[in-house]
Design a binder for this molecule. Sequence first.
Ligand SMILES: [Zn+2]
Length: 199
Amino acid sequence: MAELSDSVSHMIDQLSRLPGIGRKSAERLAYHLLRVPESEAFALSDSIRSVRENVRYCDICFNLAESEMCNICRDPARDQTLICVVEQPRDLMALEQSGTYKGLYHVLLGRIAPLENIGPDQLTIDRLVGRIAEGTFAEVIMATNPTVEGDGTALHISNLLADDDVRLSRLARGITTGSVLEYTNKEILADALAGRQPL
Ligand SMILES: [Zn+2]
């Protein structure tokens, strides 16, 4: 059994490195995975492998994609005149789940965070400015998180776009300051989108 214990304890180590998973939860998950049918355990490991091998960022908007373009950029039914700027793919998913937004997106892959030495150059801001400069968008909706850093990022971008012929708006403050988009329920997100304010 020594070998088995080694691999079990290795799995517990790996699981406990996941965010929000403490040692006890990792043990519970490990023993769960030992008990379920093999096919169920392999489905999980296969899905992890498949995501890491196949998923990349969309060349256009930096959403998660399985080819050069994500499903949203590829969809001709999306409103091509609206672009919504978010920090992370998971924020985009939260807005999609609100079910009311039908435009395009741009994912910054982070926010300007001087204390963590994350400047504008480390984000996809240049590509966003390039997309806006093409002149096809009528409105840019800033949907960065309502935090000091999210607001600062939105301000930085709106300054860069000041000379472009495009309307700038920001999600309404139905979202409590400091809360994070991905954890906001979809009704509040839908209200925030509907009540967006000019910048
Ligand atoms: Zn895309």
